[in-house]
Design a protein around this ligand. Structure first.
Ligand code: GRF
Length: 233
């Protein structure tokens, strides 16, 4: 994968996003782009089935394509036509085939609702509940030919609380996904992700990511005596 000088990172990096469902991760990516934190723009949203996420993208005026069943050759040629720098699987519930993977080596990210390698597959939250674990979480990883098995880019734990069901657990997992995925996309666009030979975990150059797309730091002040606030500001 080409590494970019973070200072000259293309703020207009080209991003293709795959979806199959509700599209909350797609909307989180779009929100990060609007805030100027993503370092890129959408050139294509693709789906393997009709879904709300695809409808939302169409409504936003983003170029979309429905590839029924996620046909590998059709998808590879649709993606090549828009030449994305990064392909993001944001709730795309299908394994990519060899044509797509060969066209974008090291440039495909996936978000998964567990701490991989625990609970790969389509039912990660339910599987975590069934296993009785106290902690699960979110993983963003580079995609290879394995099922949810590519090099890990980012992970964050989420507690499983007594009485959780799939809905309540996923309701706490999603906000973590919405924070980790855009940052990983920024990092990949910035050339800040590297996978040492044979490693299962990618390294992320956080200084390069911050240089590429600084996240504004905000503080909330609440005071009863407002004297001097103007000077502080
Ligand atoms: C997310 O939980 C993601 O981790 C998984 O599919 C879900 C997609 O949700 N791969 P959404 O469509 O982004 O709301």
């Amino acid at each position: 994968m080409p590494r970019h000088d973070p200072v000259s990172m293309p703020v207009g990096g080209r991003i293709a996003v795959g979806v199959s469902g509700g599209g909350s991760n797609l909307r989180a990516l779009a929100a990060a782009a609007v805030r100027g934190e993503l370092g890129g723009e959408f050139v294509l949203v693709f789906a393997d089935r009709a879904c709300p996420a695809l409808d939302w993208a169409e409504g936003q005026g983003i170029e979309t394509i429905l590839v029924p069943g996620g046909d590998d050759e059709v998808l590879a040629s649709a993606l090549r036509a828009v030449a994305p720098d990064v392909v993001v699987l944001a709730g795309y519930l299908r394994i990519l085939g060899p044509h797509v993977l060969a066209a974008f080596p090291g440039r495909v990210l996936n978000v998964h609702p567990s701490l991989l390698p625990a609970f790969p597959g389509l039912h990660a939250a339910g599987d975590a509940l069934a296993a009785g674990v106290a902690v699960t979480g979110v993983t963003v990883h580079l995609v290879d030919a394995t099922l949810d098995g590519g090099p890990i880019v980012a992970q964050e734990a989420v507690d499983v609380l007594p009485g959780d069901d799939e809905d309540t657990l996923l309701a706490r997992i999603h906000p973590v996904e919405h924070r980790l995925l855009p940052r990983a996309v920024t990092a990949l666009l910035a050339g800040a992700i590297d996978v040492p030979s044979g490693a299962r975990r990618a390294t992320v150059d956080r200084v390069a990511v911050d240089a590429a797309a600084p996240v504004p730091r905000r503080a909330l002040l609440s005071v009863s005596d407002k004297a001097g606030l103007a000077e502080l500001g």
